[in-house]
Design a protein around this ligand. Structure first.
Ligand SMILES: *[C@@H]1O[C@H](CO)[C@@H](O)[C@H](O)[C@H]1NC(C)=O
Ligand SMILES: *[C@@H]1O[C@H](CO)[C@@H](O)[C@H](O)[C@H]1NC(C)=O
Ligand SMILES: *[C@@H]1O[C@H](CO)[C@@H](O)[C@H](O)[C@H]1NC(C)=O
Ligand SMILES: *[C@@H]1O[C@H](CO)[C@@H](O)[C@H](O)[C@H]1NC(C)=O
Ligand SMILES: *[C@@H]1O[C@H](CO)[C@@H](O)[C@H](O)[C@H]1NC(C)=O
Ligand SMILES: *[C@@H]1O[C@H](CO)[C@@H](O)[C@H](O)[C@H]1NC(C)=O
Length: 614
């Protein structure tokens, strides 16, 4: 697209880039702030945000994709977390004081007996946010982090690796130790010189570290400074200062760092969430431009033949719930590009009032081989009074992060976190919206199709309603605390939205929508979000009605897992970008974006004007 961009485009692009870099910079910066606190600049900051964070222990980090957490075996996991936190602490100290043999003896003993954790939440995060450099704890820590913050942790890990900061970490370690010794030395009579030396070194390192977060930022003579600091610490160690004092001080610093680190961890996770949820400027621009254009010169409404086609039960009907023009365009384009025959395909994009006109114009302007595309505004559908009253708005497929113990070995394998997506309230309107149809394939708007899907239409589902990919690493049994006393087969696997073949006729026969609504109503009595209720009610409504399709159909996780095999990606029939890092976001995992982007039009005028393709 670069060639076609006007000078206006370039300027806009630069501005947009600037914004993105700004936000990312903020995110990264706020991860580094714990360092500032280590350096003793904390007093100014502390009162500002920290208190309010304490008052609201439910952190903002739960907003967005990762907002709903289902935690099984709660009591037990709390226990494990505690043990983990302790272990982590232990290792940190073991590592941090490796260089100074005298100090080592002190901290580990006392830290293992450190007082019980006041607030489990705080400390889980704390363990994560600490300046931990021991490689062997990173895995445990990673698990804890994910338990609390979800895919943010993957993102963070990925971006941290780019930072070269071995020296910075070493300096921080030294500073940490020096600060622990300083008060004891300062109290010693006739040691003014050493005390001054320590103080100067501390101040110097503080200054350096307040300006540098990576090794390249460090001033040239830093090795000398480090040497001087090491020498001062070595001298300090010669004095048999009360071990208790040093230990006490270490723990003070440690606690403070822990709290601050936790606060900043939460804050940066929040910024990450913000970046995840905020519609990119280019997409916003596209939506606005299309809407304006729609009203400037209203297109002729749907051709008659198209209207007929969209209700012909003999065709292959695909349904997409979406409020994202580009995402739904990619789903449709990738489907038709790989289908042997597109003339028998009809796509139905269900959207809301706000995006309806943009979508409408987009799909009138663009053709997808010979396929038909119908855009429906879910808010203006003429459904019967009952469903209209209860289900008015568009709800997209819900995505969840579920953390639980693996039942097989509850102690050893502490916490697993799975990412799943599932039907939302809007999906239960399907039989009513498509009264003439008996079968539809529902695709989430974060998928890319890479093969012909026609085989799905000859699937014999044996009386089941929903053909879905099952997710047997998560069984309903593991969610029992969550699903309550309802009766269900404990061994049933969870299932995913993304690709679902729906037998609408059977759905109607079984009154599944009513079942769902009844369950949802019963569950709403508890204090829970609509989305969390939808998860439980969906799992229970479709209990026993899932036909397991071959897992090879769809490869999930491209929105949260950095480690997916490239070969597996190229072989999969469908790629599912479930997770926070959607391919249309700046935060999207770079190496997977290509599979999505290639289905965008290279020439479209609106895309160029909004810098979508850059
Ligand atoms: C935690 O365990 C206690 C005693 O075993 C039990 O009474 C309580 O209901 C449990 N809490 C949860 C949330 O499961
Ligand atoms: C946690 O550690 C304590 C002893 O330190 C142990 O008794 C307990 O079983 C551990 N809990 C878990 C869940 O590992
Ligand atoms: C902590 O470390 C000490 C020695 O380094 C070890 O004896 C102790 O078992 C460790 N505690 C835990 C909880 O890992
Ligand atoms: C729907 O509501 C309108 C008025 O609110 C009423 O006239 C109509 O009969 C209702 N239709 C059904 C199917 O209940
Ligand atoms: C579905 O509902 C209709 C009327 O509301 C009822 O006659 C029928 O028996 C129900 N079917 C099932 C399977 O519950
Ligand atoms: C569909 O994808 C192809 C590339 O595979 C691209 O050339 C074309 O412009 C796309 N069409 C639309 C309408 O986006």
């Amino acid at each position: 697209m670069k060639g076609g961009a006007s000078s206006y485009g370039y300027a806009a692009k630069r501005r947009w880039r600037g914004l993105v870099i700004g936000v990312l910079g903020l995110v990264i910066l706020s991860m580094l702030v714990p360092l500032v606190f280590l350096l003793g600049l904390h007093n100014g900051f502390r009162s500002a945000g920290y208190a309010s964070e304490q008052q609201r222990p439910t952190s903002e980090s739960r907003i967005g994709y990762d907002k709903y957490e289902v935690r099984d075996a709660w009591n037990e996991s709390e226990d494990v977390l505690r043990n983990f936190t302790n272990k982590a602490k232990n290792k940190t100290f073991g590592r941090g004081s490796k260089h100074d043999s005298q100090a080592t003896e002190v901290p580990p003993r006392s830290i293992t007996q450190s007082p019980p954790i006041r607030n489990q939440n705080t400390n889980v995060g704390a363990a994560v946010g600490l300046p931990l450099y021991a490689k062997d704890v990173v895995d445990d820590i990673g698990k804890l982090c994910e338990f609390k913050f979800g895919s943010y942790c993957h993102w963070r890990q990925e971006h941290r690796e780019e930072m070269k900061d071995t020296m910075v970490k070493k300096l921080k370690d030294q500073l940490f130790v020096a600060r622990a010794f300083y008060p004891s030395i300062a109290k010693l009579p006739r040691q003014d010189k050493l005390s001054r030396e320590l103080k100067l070194n501390i101040q110097e390192l503080e200054r350096v570290l307040s300006e540098s977060t990576t090794d390249v930022d460090l001033p040239p003579q830093i090795a000398k400074k480090l040497q001087r600091m090491e020498a001062a610490i070595a001298k300090a160690k010669l004095f048999h200062v009360e071990c208790n004092n040093v230990d006490k001080k270490l723990r003070q610093i440690y606690d403070m760092t822990e709290d601050e680190a936790n606060f900043h961890m939460k804050q940066s996770a929040f910024l990450y969430q913000l970046a995840v949820q905020t519609m990119p400027k280019s997409l916003h621009c596209l939506s606005m431009r299309l809407t304006v254009e729609y009203f400037r010169s209203p297109p002729n409404d749907m051709k008659l033949s198209m209207a007929e086609k969209s209700t012909d039960p003999m065709l292959h009907h695909y349904v997409i719930f979406s409020n994202n023009v580009l995402a739904s365009s990619v789903v449709i384009n990738s489907t038709v590009m790989h289908s042997k025959e597109s003339v028998n395909q009809a796509f139905h994009v269900l959207t809301d009032e706000q995006n309806y006109f943009a979508m409408k114009l987009w799909f009138l302007r663009n053709t997808y081989k010979e396929a038909t595309v119908q855009v429906l505004n879910i808010e203006s559908l003429k459904l019967d009074n009952h469903s209209k009253a209860t289900l008015l708005h568009l709800s997209l497929p819900e995505e969840f992060r579920v953390s639980f113990h693996s039942v097989d070995s509850p102690l050893m394998a502490p916490i697993r976190t799975e990412y799943m997506s599932i039907f939302s309230h809007s999906h239960y309107l399907l039989p009513k919206i498509f009264q003439n149809l008996n079968k539809v394939v529902v695709l989430d708007d974060d998928v890319v199709v890479q093969q012909d899907l026609s085989a799905l239409w000859s699937l014999d589902m044996g009386g089941k309603v929903n053909a879905a990919v099952q997710f047997c690493s998560l069984r309903l049994d593991q969610l029992k605390k969550y699903l309550g006393e309802n009766s269900y087969n404990k061994n049933s696997c969870a299932w995913m939205s993304g690709l679902n073949v729906i037998d609408l006729a059977r759905w109607r026969d079984l009154n599944l929508t009513e079942t769902f609504q009844r369950l949802a109503q019963e569950m709403t009595t508890r204090e829970e979000s609509v989305e969390a209720v939808a998860l439980r009610a969906s799992l229970l409504s479709f209990e026993g009605l899932i036909y397991a399709i071959d897992g090879a159909w769809i490869l999930s996780g491209l929105g949260h897992d950095y480690g997916i095999d490239i070969e597996a990606i190229s072989k999969a029939a469908i790629l599912h970008y479930n997770g926070n890092m959607k391919p249309w976001l700046e935060l999207g995992i770079p190496k997977y974006k290509h599979y999505w982007k290639k289905f965008l039009s290279r020439e479209d005028q609106f895309l160029s004007e909004c810098n979508v393709n850059s």
